[in-house]
Ligand binder design. Structure first.
Ligand code: UDH
Ligand code: MN
Length: 346
């Protein structure tokens, strides 16, 4: 009797082992790479490399949560679970993009794209950066922002819109171009327009859109962490596709420094929207120190143009946008689009 029971036990153990081996063999090429990708991404969603000064390091995530979930993915939680809060940000380190590429290689897709592997992101976000000749700043931005955006569980892509040549700079037009070019690639529903030199000091400041356009760079060190004025919408701001289309995007006609962000702020106001903001303790930023760039001097005409926003907004914007794409380069960390903005002569 006892002997028979023992035989049965050995037999059933052998069967389960054989079953397990067969399962692993069958799935060796399918589930394992996915598990590895998911584990890598989760490692990053948890990464403590930019450790908060207050919060302790996030706990390790075990295999249990990182394995490929069976069936369709659930929506990501409202509050991403692995945020770190206050971040340490410094620009004294000489950063190499190769280093960032190596560390993020396993989780990012070509073009600076990411999707959370274990849940469906709340929003599809295109980050648009107006750019010319600020490669040092871009290195810092990519080094700090990718890990933050990953922890925020966004389905996102990074688009650097590079103005070709040395004609007068047009930040707003580059933003409009970024919006159009990003939408050619993917069905983004939210756009975060960000200067290349602004790094958030708290990852609870989510790079997402809300019911109203959202100004994210509320408290910048350069302005002593104080909001300079109530209607400001420059620096870093998040605006949904619908909100942006409703105001016909930015004006294309603000050449040189100043006014284009205030013009957009007025457009939003004229369309009955108001600006939302995170708390000033969370919306803190560091701006990388810089002087004024060549060919981007303050343009004294721009302030006068602000009187004409209501009159111009329906004919000057996305519906009148004209430019030429010179080159689209895909890096692991970003999509770099060089454009001719058709600057006026002189
Ligand atoms: N930008 C470039 N290249 C340029 C000009 C502007 O990439 O040549 C982009 C970049 O993303 C930058 C953004 O446009 O962050 C806004 O330009 P900015 O940084 O010059 O604007 P900000 O308001 O500068 O920060 C104010 C002038 C700083 C002079 C301070 C002297 N102490
Ligand atoms: Mn700046």
């Amino acid at each position: 009797m006892l002997k028979t029971a023992f035989k049965l036990l050995v037999l059933s153990a052998a069967c389960s082992l054989a079953g397990l081996a067969a399962f692993l063999f069958y799935n060796r090429n399918r589930s394992l790479p996915f598990i590895t990708a998911a584990q890598n991404a989760l490692k990053w969603e948890n990464k403590a490399s930019f450790r908060t000064e207050k919060t302790p390091a996030a706990p390790e995530v075990g295999l249990q949560t990182s394995a490929a979930p069976a069936g369709p993915l659930q929506p990501c939680p409202d509050v991403p679970p692995n945020l770190q809060g206050v971040l340490r940000v410094e620009f004294s380190t000489n950063r190499s993009l190769e280093d960032v590429r190596q560390r993020l290689g396993p989780v990012l897709q070509e073009g600076g794209r990411y999707k959370p592997p274990t849940c469906v992101a709340k929003q599809k976000v295109a980050i648009i950066i107006p750019f010319r000749n600020r490669h040092e700043h871009l290195k810092h931005w990519l080094h700090f922002l990718h890990p933050i955006l990953i922890r925020q569980q966004l389905d996102y892509g990074v688009y650097i819109i590079n103005q070709e040549g040395d004609s007068v700079f047009n930040r707003a037009k580059l933003m409009n171009i970024g919006h159009v070019e990003a939408l050619k690639e993917y069905d983004y529903d939210c756009f975060v327009f960000s200067d290349v030199d602004l790094i958030p000091l708290d990852d609870r400041n989510l790079y997402r859109c809300s019911d109203n356009p959202r100004h994210l760079s509320v408290a910048v060190d350069k302005f002593n962490f104080i909001l300079p004025y109530a209607t400001i919408f420059g620096g870093v701001s998040a605006i949904s596709k619908e909100q942006f289309l409703k105001v016909n995007g930015f004006s294309n006609t603000f050449w040189g420094w100043g006014g284009e962000d205030d013009d957009l702020s007025q457009r939003l106001y004229f369309q009955g929207m108001s600006i939302s903001r995170p708390d000033s303790l969370i919306g803190r930023y560091k701006m990388i120190k810089h002087g004024r760039d060549l060919h981007n001097n303050p343009n004294p005409q721009n302030v006068h143009k602000l009187k004409e926003t209501a009159y111009n907004m329906n004919t000057d914007g996305l519906n009148s946008l004209s430019y030429t794409v010179r080159e689209i380069k895909k890096d692991l960390l970003y999509t770099f689009i060089t454009v001719d903005v058709q600057a006026p002569a002189g």
